[in-house]
Design a protein around this ligand. Structure first.
Ligand SMILES: Cc1ncc(COP(=O)(O)O)c(C=O)c1O
Length: 368
């Protein structure tokens, strides 16, 4: 494990050495943005570091309500609610929606937070082959009569694949079900205004699409959120024990999110710029012969059949001043993955050096 002695940015410090950094999820470069940091500092001066109580007791401050209002505006929804982590969002949703479905259908490579969200009392849980809508359709047909809730990552954390939400939504509607997208890696990035995968596919929501989102990735801050109708958000406030029994988000985190949202609102070109450079880099990497996925997202996996090769490439890059982590992460995968995470703030020099080193390593070791 690489231990960092610095914050996350284009460059990081580890063991007194500076590295060009392609890890993490700092897609828009906001985690270390001067304005975001300054907002956090001011919030600590005003509120201290911790509200030390649940939102339901004395843990709600004006700044929480301000953030929820801003998130609702950003998402074009009636209301929004923030809570301790993005990981909790799926569990909150599946719990609150429980009376509206009788079977759950999950992508086989779903994030652990999705698997953990399956209610204990549900006998009907079915895993469909990864992103395979024909298989999902078959399972849905086999279980006619049940009301399905289909849940998937919007963008898959390790591979950067975008779930085929357009096709999934047709099936969901055919079976009068619900769709939940975990958009942890899509918020602020996908869709014309960064609203995530439903906007990316221009889906018209008939009131049965729900998103679980996080402020810890593109927003560069921390904490989970759900935006939706007033009725949905009120029922989370009134009924979700996860929401009610967790300590409120710390004030400096809330302030950081507010600051990030402002930057995103004032710089709508940020996400487009990120996607363009991600597409360009992916094309170059594919051109070198590396196996990767073909999507527009800033997560570019380098996929290997042999563990030793994946690890060797990661070490080679590190020796040459670049961190691209080998992914040892609890998601089911058939390949060994080095995960390149592109940030809007990477310089072209950084991308160029990465490509040169990938080319050099490939010439000696091949690409599989
Ligand atoms: C798909 C997905 N969902 C949820 C989460 C959890 O979000 P958070 O880190 O904000 O708790 C992650 C985090 O890595 C993720 O990749």
């Amino acid at each position: 494990m690489t231990i960092l002695n610095s914050g996350i940015g284009n460059y990081v410090i580890s063991d007194n050495r500076e590295y060009s950094y392609f890890g993490g999820n700092n897609y828009l470069g906001l985690a270390n943005h001067p304005a975001v940091k300054e907002s956090s500092i001011q919030a600590i001066k005003k509120y201290g570091v911790n509200f030390s109580a649940s939102r339901r007791t004395t843990g709600t401050a004006d700044i929480h309500l301000e953030l929820e209002k801003e998130l609702a505006l950003f998402k074009g929804k009636e209301d929004a609610i923030v809570f301790a982590s993005g990981y909790q969002g799926n569990s909150i949703l599946l719990d609150i929606l429980r009376s509206r479905y009788s079977a759950v259908f999950i992508d086989q490579q779903a994030h652990p937070s999705i698997i953990a969200s399956i209610p204990r009392d549900i006998p009907n849980v079915h895993y469909y082959e990864h992103c395979n809508t024909s298989h999902l359709e078959k399972l849905l047909d086999e279980h006619r009569g049940l009301v399905p809730l289909v849940i998937t990552d919007g963008v898959f954390a390790l591979t950067g694949e975008i779930a085929p939400l357009d096709k999934i939504y047709i099936l969901v509607n055919k079976h009068h079900g619900l769709l939940v997208a975990d958009d942890a890696h899509s918020t602020g990035i996908l869709g014309k205004t960064g609203k995530g995968t439903p906007e990316h596919f221009n889906l018209t929501d008939s009131g049965n699409i729900f998103q679980s989102e996080t402020m810890s990735k593109a927003l560069g801050s921390y904490g989970g959120f759900i935006a939706g109708t007033k009725e949905l958000i009120d029922s989370i406030r009134e009924k979700s024990s996860i929401y009610q029994a967790c300590t409120a988000l710390p004030p400096h985190i809330v302030a950081a999110s507010l600051s990030s949202l402002k930057i995103i609102r004032e710089n709508p070109e940020l996400s487009g710029h990120l996607l363009e450079r991600s597409v360009a880099l992916r094309k170059e990497i594919s051109g070198l012969g590396y196996k990767t996925t073909q999507f527009i997202t800033p997560i570019i996996p380098l996929m290997f059949s042999a563990l030793a090769k994946a690890k060797d490439l990661s070490l080679f890059l590190e020796d040459n001043g670049i961190i691209v982590p080998f992914m040892n992460y609890p998601v089911k995968q058939i390949k060994y993955i080095l995960r390149i995470s592109v940030s809007a703030s990477h310089t072209s020099g950084q991308l160029q050096l990465l490509l040169e080193l990938l080319n050099k390593w490939k010439n000696k070791n091949g690409t599989d």
